[in-house]
Design a protein around this ligand. Structure first.
Ligand SMILES: NC(=O)c1ccc[n+]([C@@H]2O[C@H](COP(=O)([O-])OP(=O)(O)OC[C@H]3O[C@@H](n4cnc5c(N)ncnc54)[C@H](OP(=O)(O)O)[C@@H]3O)[C@@H](O)[C@H]2O)c1
Length: 335
């Protein structure tokens, strides 16, 4: 598969696999054997970039996703890039579908986290270790110093930051060079395009999470009826899937459908190809629990969109009315 270049020389397949939904936030967890098979199928299809986090888990095991990913990738460890994240837990007592996020980036907490992730992943190094959210009580410089030490100790090879803006990126990078920023980015969530000059200047990659706007851009969902309403599926409360939003998004879905037909591709593939072809340092990590969709999403790497076509899509997106898109769970204020 075609490759993209993140910062510090880290090369990854142009499309990665976000593994979160196998355990968390998209309905009942996938059975372990099935999840392991899906991740291994991705390797066979040329995917070398896998995303997980310490806090992605099931009601029975709050860290299950790392265990799955580690087990699935053990036979291929030296050929894949594993990204995981630290510094966040969910407030499971808050009674919400999308639980509030509780940040903790104290150095001693990071030290505990890295040991836990290494153990669960069954590896002695993490390829890229992201701070999941900023902790208002711990300056990013302090976190960057811990990352510098972990790189020296060989426990992590590179580090990154998730859901951050320019100021945090510059401060972090000045202490220990950042390899990638993992932010929300899709045709519906383009607010981080303003970071592109900074990322280009500093040589930092963008790992795009929720690149399909949580599935909406696949054009496979026409309402929210497919989502479990027992609190296990965040999509049931995501604004882009409400009946009104579906009306508001007709123009967007029509655009993606038309582009897909013109390229003999699918809407999901066009949505991913659009960002891969924008910059050689953007790598989307779509999530899926289904083998056919995995093939489809990875196939986006084969679609070439010329620079003028990407620009024309941007112009069309600028002019289209669309609904609000899920922007993430609330990060709790520090006490
Ligand atoms: N850093 C962060 O804070 C953060 C936050 C959220 C996510 N992430 C990472 O980013 C990854 C991807 O984000 P995401 O899962 O939130 O959103 P996404 O990739 O935009 O969308 C995933 C959803 O789309 C559906 N889907 C995927 N491919 C499809 C296709 N070809 N056709 C139809 N439906 C399709 C999936 O359903 P099925 O499973 O049923 O196919 C799933 O519900 C996660 O797995 C996680 O690793 C990071």
């Amino acid at each position: 598969m075609k490759k993209q270049q993140l910062g510090q020389g880290l090369e990854v397949s142009a499309v990665g696999l976000g593994c979160m939904g196998l355990s968390h936030a998209y309905g009942k967890p996938t059975a372990e054997g099935e999840a392991v098979r899906l991740i291994r199928d991705a390797v066979q299809l040329g995917c070398t970039f896998f995303d997980t986090a310490e806090c992605y888990g099931t009601p029975d095991d709050p860290h299950q996703n790392e265990v799955l990913v580690g087990r699935a990738l053990a036979p291929y460890r030296d050929r894949v890039v594993i990204g995981t994240k630290f510094g966040l837990t969910f407030d499971l007592e808050d009674g919400k579908v999308n639980h509030d996020l509780v940040p903790d980036a104290r150095p001693e907490a990071i030290r505990r986290s890295v040991e836990g992730s290494l153990r669960r992943l069954g590896t002695d190094y993490i390829d890229i270790y992201y701070q999941h959210r900023q902790d208002p009580n711990v300056p990013v410089e302090v976190v960057a110093e811990v990352m510098r030490d972990l790189i020296r100790e060989g426990k992590i090879r590179a580090w990154g930051l998730s859901e951050v803006g320019e100021d945090v990126i510059r401060r972090a990078h000045a202490v220990c060079p950042v390899t990638a920023v993992q932010n929300r980015f899709s045709m519906m969530a383009r607010w981080y395009e303003k970071l592109f000059p900074t990322l280009e200047e500093l040589g930092i990659g963008l790992v795009a999470f929720s690149p399909l706007a949580n599935g909406l851009l696949s054009c496979a969902y026409r309402d929210d009826s497919a989502f479990e309403k027992d609190g296990s599926d965040y999509r049931a409360i995501m604004p882009q899937f409400s009946p009104e939003a579906m009306e508001q998004n007709q123009g967007l879905l029509h655009l993606v459908d038309e582009l897909a037909a013109a390229h003999d591709a699918t809407p999901a593939q066009i949505s991913l190809a659009w960002m891969i072809c924008k910059k050689p340092w953007i790598a989307p990590i779509p999530g899926t629990r289904k083998e056919l969709r995995l093939r489809e999403n990875l196939g986006a790497a084969d679609i070439e969109l010329a620079a003028d076509e990407v620009a024309a899509i941007d112009t069309a997106l600028d002019g289209i009315c669309m609904s609000e898109v899920f922007g993430g769970s609330v990060v709790k204020k520090a006490s």
